[in-house]
Design a protein. Sequence first.
Length: 419
Amino acid sequence: MVERLSRELAARGHEVAVVAGTFEPRPRVEVDESVRDGVRVFTVHRFDLYFDRWEKTYCPQVSNAFARILERVAPEVVHVHQFVRLSRDLVHRATQARVPAVVTMHDFVSTCLIGFRAPGAGERFCDLLPAYDDCVPCASTVAPTVPRAAREEFELLRADLANELHLARARFALTQGQRDRLARFHGIAATAIDVAPLATVVDLPRGMPAPEPPPLRAATWGVQMERKGAHVLIEAARRLPQGAVEVDLFGRFDDPGYERRCRALAQGLRVRFHGRFAWDELAASPLHVAVFPSLTFETFGLTVDEARALGHPVVATDLGAYAERADAATLLFPAGDVTALAGVLTRLATRPGELAGLRGAVGPATRFGDLVDRMESAYRKAVADGPPALSEDRFDPQAHPDEAEFERRESVFRAQLAG
């Protein structure tokens, strides 16, 4: 999303620079600079282990590197999309550099120590307000297991994130449902957050409709992880008569154990595992319906727009964005309910008229240009408003580790891992 937004902005004549984290660590924090499609890209490599952990979301080395990048680039506005793998004080640093900033919250990571509000296997959405006694024990179940951070660390994290939203000249969520929950979790008014829908990151060709069923051809795509629910679709397919449905799974699995589980469930069924895929491959696969059986709250559901662009109706769970964005070409079922999904698939496999009606109701996908227009407008307003006064910045440098202290803590962390 950020990549295409940057290219589109550059094509409109703007000078764009992107600062991105990476999973590729270095012995010390280093910044690589490159140019891609006319966009300057600064890739920041961290040096510490497991730097996605909530305790490490503030990294003074990265914070200082970001400040140096701001000095070099001298931007008129900063747009923060994500702080994970960077540092959680990016708006603070922009404010100190006298640059206004806007923030898009693509997920719930600013309200959840494990990122997606999907504890355990991700089979439920956590609706609890952030609290040390609930959140830190939950995060401590995620490997590697090390001693829990003190309450003061949790409260400092919450204060930093509140400061980032306070300083931002605009705050965006992707849907109303996500906005309302973010507002509640952060303890701010919903009116303080605007909704800016996303759009497909590639211009997809029209998909290939399959011949009239049987069999019903259903597909799901994206990174296959347990909380996305591919196993629910496979189990539902098993409830149908032999040969009534065929399933195509596009996308790599994030966990080998989950992939083995899905392949075992698919034994004896017409289920094809495509792994990593190109969009042309998906478009050329004859399909009747796209199925997205996610088990947790989706903040936008780009796959819905991808299905619309391909011309396929959608069957999805009734959680989050899927329910909010459902239209006449969408059928919903309760998350995790194999029986309900099997019933929907049976209807579509045996009622070609209903299937044809759904396909005829598929509307157009959101134009990416609309998102670019919205962001340009937000940037212009932020620049006109200017950065907030320095007196509004509540970041407390004394409460945060400096580079030497962060390195000392990293040594302790590594010793705990070794122990």
